[in-house]
Ligand binder design. Structure first.
Ligand code: 0O2
Length: 200
């Protein structure tokens, strides 16, 4: 399979996931309830990043190996204002019947040692091409606005590994991840309080 065909397949899969997320927002709008998703981003993993990850996993650097061993060639990120929205979106996707959920990883309840927090769903869907390569996987990352800003900073830092001050910045970032987590919890608590408050 050439790279153009490969990309088309994953672009199609990303659009299907975006559609499923869009439908959640539409349903909430129609019901007149709070919209869980603030914004959605997506990307197809670059050839360099794909090769680097395959090498890291000890796999050959081929399209076939990438399709077999990587879950995040296509990635969609749904960003929410509040932590309970993250779980609400995951629940909608899990029960919506549009996507087959292969794996769920909760890095909010069990953060990574870096401090990374996010809820990951690995989903599988058909691309309509038929044949063996028809079904592809997409990694959906769901997180709060604050967790998203943190992940962007951390991602930036990862490309600067080996440089002076990186270790210090890593520690700053780990502390920042804890501060963000406690701010997210506090916002959630205040939000609940506002909802339950009796106003004159
Ligand atoms: P990039 O540059 O975003 O593409 P699996 O094969 O499913 O068992 P996998 O994919 O090896 O597991 O790892 P994992 O832990 O599920 O992480 C997948 C993706 O989550 C990463 O992809 C990142 O996008 C994000 N992620 C995980 N840990 C961190 C972290 O500490 N900091 C940040 N900023 N993002 C993280 P890639 O390929 O590593 O990176």
């Amino acid at each position: 399979m050439d790279r153009d065909c490969f990309l088309l397949k994953y672009e199609y899969a990303i659009r299907q996931v975006q559609r499923a997320l869009g439908e959640i927002a539409e349903r909430q709008e129609e019901a007149g309830v709070h919209k869980s998703i603030a914004f959605v981003t997506s990307r197809i993993k670059t050839a360099e990043s794909t090769a680097e990850k395959l090498k890291r996993k000890g796999k050959p650097v081929t399209i076939k190996a990438a399709e077999k061993h990587l879950n995040d060639i296509a990635g969609v990120c749904a960003v929410c204002c509040f932590q309970e929205d993250v779980y609400a979106v995951a629940h909608e996707l899990e029960t919506g019947g549009k996507l087959e959920i292969l794996k769920k990883k909760d890095f909010i309840r069990k953060p990574k040692s870096s401090g990374y927090r996010s809820l990951h769903l690995i989903v599988e869907l058909g691309t309509g091409l038929g044949g063996a390569g028809d079904r592809v996987r997409v990694e959906i990352q769901i997180r709060t606005v604050a967790m998203d800003a943190w992940a962007r900073l951390d991602h930036e830092l990862r490309y600067k590994k080996g440089q002076k001050d990186v270790e210090l910045i890593c520690r700053d970032l780990q502390k920042c991840a804890d501060t963000i987590a406690s701010a997210d919890r506090e916002m959630q608590r205040i939000r609940k309080k506002i909802r339950n408050a009796k106003f004159k």
